[in-house]
Design a protein around this ligand. Structure first.
Ligand code: SAH
Length: 383
């Protein structure tokens, strides 16, 4: 008998190669894991702490600058534990330099993006958890291309560490130089890459030299609403902020806007969100992109208000960033104002998100990492 291959060979790049994960990096490991790795390489365990202090504590990534390690040791350990994961392809800035989008090439050629946003009182990075996304939300640029692969823990962490270094260099004028906030609102569905995202969060919050030392409360995980994963996250000893991309208060419309709703309905996902809020004491952020004549009707505001009244929730309305070729547009301002008014009248705390990074396609839902479909750089964008 002959056995048929389970996966037919695809034309073009084989799937296995496309899905190749990057080499191991120290940010994939906790400190004991790094010590074990260093020992296996025949070096004393304290070298792990030295390298970690450079990478997480001083934001130094160039082995040549790690002068407290003997040159030969430096080369050997850097080769094994600090492989280059992200190669910057392009950096764009707007909002007078307060918003910077970075496009990275990964070891397998995949492209992902991150955004650094400086404010008067804080510096936030928006990071990607997957190359592409499999959730297929029709209004989101990333959703259009499908999923290429999950990012490794270190590929996720390195976006934040790299941009923390950019912020530390004073590049974001008028903002603190220390990175304070991380939002998983770049490319990908973080809860579909659960284990690596949770490990990445652990690295982000562990004090230096094990990690970046951010506050758990300053980390936001945004999800389409994968109910079992939300429940699992509630059981981790982490109190990160959960953002739920709701976008519609009724199943009929949400089935279309957030296709995973066909699997977990509005009521189920909200139940999971309230359980998350109860377990962590953290207010859940309800994300709602305002799409003209699609989800912005007064009755939908009222329905949303009824669903959220009395709950530990805050609504973030996001003016839709139209993606190229999309039939949808942002709601007119008066419609948006009425939507806000009705939610507040229902007792629901509501704000409208600023639209940072719009001109450089760095705003919510615009990250597409399509280097070769590059549109003309807008005036003010700096390469
Ligand atoms: N997969 C996660 C993270 C994605 S991006 C999630 O869906 O939550 C973060 C937010 O940007 C989500 O709320 C997403 O729905 C929203 N978004 C996506 N496309 C958008 C667009 N074109 N305009 C405004 N917001 C958008």
């Amino acid at each position: 008998m002959t056995s048929l291959p389970l996966i037919p060979a695809a034309s073009g790049a084989p799937a296995a190669r496309r899905a190749a994960m990057p080499p191991r990096h120290l940010a994939d490991l906790d400190l004991p894991g790094r010590q074990a790795a260093v020992t296996e390489l025949g070096e004393p365990a304290f070298r792990a702490k030295q390298m970690s202090t450079h990478y997480f504590g001083r934001l130094v990534r160039d082995p040549a600058a790690m002068t407290d390690l003997p040159a030969a040791v430096r080369e050997k350990l850097a080769g094994e534990l600090l492989p280059t994961l992200l190669t910057p392809v392009r950096e764009l800035a707007c909002d007078d330099g307060a918003t910077r989008k970075a496009l990275w090439r990964l070891h397998d050629g995949s492209l992902v993006e991150s955004v650094l946003m400086g404010y008067a009182d804080r510096v936030t990075v928006c990071i990607s958890s997957q190359a592409g996304c499999g959730m297929a939300c029709p209004f989101c640029a990333t959703g259009q291309a499908g999923l290429t692969r999950n990012l490794s823990t270190a590929e996720i962490v390195d976006q934040a560490v790299y941009l923390a270094g950019v912020a530390a260099s004073g590049a974001v004028a008028g903002s603190p130089s220390r990175l304070s906030h991380v939002v998983f609102m770049g490319m990908g569905e973080p809860l579909a890459n659960y284990a690596r995202v949770v490990a990445a969060i652990r690295r982000l919050v562990a004090p230096a030299p094990e990690g970046l030392g951010l506050s758990q409360r300053h980390i936001t995980v945004s999800t389409v609403g994968l109910v079992p994963a939300i429940r699992k996250l509630a059981g981790e000893d982490l109190s990160v902020t959960l953002a739920l991309s709701l976008h519609a208060p009724d199943d009929e419309l949400r089935d279309e806007l957030v296709p995973v709703n066909q699997r977990w309905k509005v009521s189920e996902v909200l139940d999971a969100a309230w359980d998350y809020a109860a377990r962590t004491g953290r207010r859940v952020s309800i994300e709602y992109a305002m799409i003209r004549d699609v989800n912005d009707q007064p009755w939908r505001a009222d329905l949303l208000g009824r669903l959220l009244a009395g709950k530990l929730a805050h609504v973030n309305l996001i003016p839709l960033n139209p993606t190229p070729g999309s039939r949808w547009d942002a709601s007119p301002k008066p419609v948006e104002r009425e939507f806000v008014r009705r939610l507040r009248a229902a007792g629901v705390s509501t704000t409208v998100r600023d639209t940072r990074g719009r001109e450089i396609d760095g705003a919510c839902g615009q990250l597409a990492a399509a280097e070769d479909t590059d549109r003309d750089a807008p005036p003010g964008a700096t390469a």
